[in-house]
Design a protein around this ligand. Sequence first.
Ligand SMILES: [Zn+2]
Length: 80
Amino acid sequence: MANCEICHKPVVLIPSAQERAAKHGGAARDYIRLFDTHASCFIEKRKQDTLALIRRIVKQQQDRSVTIRTGLTHKEAYGY
Ligand SMILES: [Zn+2]
């Protein structure tokens, strides 16, 4: 059983890796390796990563806007 790459709790496969290997071929460890992250953890992480990216882009645009209007950097204009 693999631990989730994100929350580090066990990833419990249903059907089990052994059952999947018996049904679809390959080795149980292949299925354990394939499912190394909870789907819910993956979606939540992607959501957080996307929000962080949007915040960075918005901040860059605000900084650029301040610089265009005033010739000052965001820090020079606002002091932070
Ligand atoms: Zn997880």
